[in-house]
Design a binder for this molecule. Structure first.
Ligand code: AP5
Length: 228
């Protein structure tokens, strides 16, 4: 089993991080992807990049994301399919924030069947709602390297600055309380059904997302090592 921060080579499969907004998917995906030297594919980060570059896709996604709703499946799917087809995904990858609807999950199945002999592993982060609200309102993200902080539980050494590269720490526009409520509702409506979908196929593993970040990382690494 690779230690956090010690690179192993490849996962040989897709690993899906599933859980509500603020469950810690992004925090863990960064660590685990580094440990296995595989790409971390975050659809939220991809959309935010399109928004900041002002691409046609970004212009369509921006108002939807600001309302806390999900971007339509067709837009998500073409973006993800293109990304997964790149050579760096050949040894496996971590999906963070995708799939989020049943049609997305079904399309992903189709893509993965052609790509890997092994089934994906779905890591389901379980966190209660009060904690999700605290995490999301307190989150700050480095504008340069994407490092994730929390002003309550994981503050930077210098307020407003990233410990790693000194970049400015920003609050996401969708981390306002009223938008968070809509994001949580969208999760319950459209994404929670995927828990049953993957459970029924025997590939879902629950992880206690309430534990400290390092303990969660250890649990996820153990779980993936068992699946090798
Ligand atoms: P996206 O960027 O995917 O957001 P999300 O799923 O709502 O998830 P978050 O990034 O908010 O939370 P996270 O679980 O990654 O938590 P994090 O590690 O940052 O999506 C944004 C939008 O894009 C969507 O609303 C939608 O519009 C669109 N979109 C994206 N993908 C889509 C798709 N597939 N289909 C349609 N639309 C899509 O942690 C949160 C905070 O908690 C941080 O401050 C962190 O420091 C802290 N924290 C983390 N772990 C712990 C811990 N163990 N203990 C204490 N604090 C912790």
């Amino acid at each position: 089993m690779p230690e956090a921060g010690v690179a192993a080579k490849g996962l040989g499969r897709a690993v899906i991080f599933l859980g509500p907004p603020g469950a810690g998917k992004g925090t863990q995906a960064r660590q685990i992807a580094e440990s296995y030297s595989v790409p971390h594919l975050s659809t939220g980060d991809m959309f935010r990049e399109h928004v900041s570059r002002g691409t046609p896709l970004g212009l369509r996604a921006k108002p939807i994301m600001e309302r806390g709703e999900l971007v339509p499946d067709d837009l998500v799917l073409s973006m993800v399919e293109e990304r997964i087809s790149r050579p760096d995904c050949a040894d496996g990858f971590i999906l963070d924030g995708f799939p989020r609807t049943l049609p997305q999950a079904e399309k992903l199945d189709e893509i993965l069947r052609k790509r890997f002999k092994t089934q994906p592993v779905v890591v389901h982060f379980v966190v209660d709602e009060k904690q999700l609200m605290r995490r999301l309102t307190g989150r700050r993200t480095c504008a340069m390297g994407g490092e994730i902080y929390n002003i309550y539980d994981h503050p930077p050494k210098v307020p407003g600055r990233c410990d790693r590269d000194g970049g400015e720490l920003m609050q996401r526009p969708d981390d306002r309380e009223e938008v968070i409520a809509e994001r949580l509702a969208a999760y319950e409506r459209q994404t929670r059904p995927l828990v049953d979908y993957y459970c029924g196929r025997g590939v879902l593993k629950d992880v206690d997302g309430m534990a400290a970040p390092a303990a969660v990382t250890k649990n996820v690494l153990q779980l993936l090592a068992q699946k090798k």
